[in-house]
Design a protein around this ligand. Structure first.
Ligand code: DC
Length: 223
């Protein structure tokens, strides 16, 4: 079992093509599917950086909560998104304030779905994610919900991880099954870049499999 566990306005596929691709490994899937564990292992084995895009949406949500921003006030969410910076150690700063400690708070778990459904926020964070990859000569492991479908449709490898609901809830026992299922429902049914199995993505069920096993299968696809 798997143990548990930046410049604005561009989102067209033409922009994505300008970005090009080299060794981008895109990993999508619902909460608890094993994305972070597998992304960390791939990043270590391939010696390339990893970007957890969920933490970027979480950082905007956490900053909004800490400044009592109305989650439906998209202009203020946009202002917070423009202030987001992910450090080389993976810490999330919003206008210089480190919000990393609040990323997994229950309030953030609830607020992040609203923030992530805001298309103006997505435009800014997608541009940051492409810029992150350009700064690494298009080599990196990037995990999220829309990485293969929107951010890097031409990634070298596109992976969609899944696992049974029971196992996902076990892996995210701190959050609880009800909250995970609610987020899944919002993430798959929203209008802005919903979680989908993208064209060309390989689906991999991690239920009952070790991180090492899943990682070595993915590495074999790179041969
Ligand atoms: O991977 P995570 O559970 O930390 O993601 C938190 C939320 O952010 C998740 O409910 C959906 C959203 N998200 C998104 O919409 N797009 C991404 N690329 C990554 C995460």
């Amino acid at each position: 079992m798997i143990s548990y566990l930046l410049e604005p306005t561009l989102t067209t596929s033409e922009d994505a093509q300008q970005v090009g691709e080299n060794l981008i490994i895109a990993i999508d899937g619902p909460a608890g599917a094993g994305k972070s564990s597998v992304a960390k292992a791939l990043s270590a084995q391939l010696n390339i950086d990893r970007l957890d895009t969920g933490s970027m949406y979480r950082a905007v949500a956490a900053a909004a909560l800490s400044h009592s921003v109305d989650l439906h006030d998209f202009e203020r969410l946009v202002a917070l998104s423009r202030g987001l910076e992910v450090t080389s150690e993976g810490r999330c700063l919003v206008h210089g304030e480190d919000v990393s400690h609040a990323l997994r708070d229950p309030e953030t778990n609830t607020a992040v779905s609203v923030v992530a459904a805001t298309s103006e926020v997505r435009t800014i964070l997608v541009a940051l994610q492409r810029s992150w990859a350009r700064n690494r000569s298009m080599a990196g492991v990037i995990e999220g919900r829309d990485i293969a479908s929107v951010v890097f449709p031409d990634a070298r490898l596109k992976i969609y991880l899944t696992a049974s609901v029971e196992e996902r809830a076990r892996r995210r026992s701190d959050e609880g099954a009800a909250s995970i299922l609610r987020r899944d429902q919002v993430d798959t049914s929203r209008t802005a870049s919903p979680l989908v199995l993208a064209d060309g993505s390989r689906e991999l069920d991690t239920t009952g499999r070790s991180i090492a096993d899943v990682t070595s299968e993915i590495l074999s696809w790179l041969q």
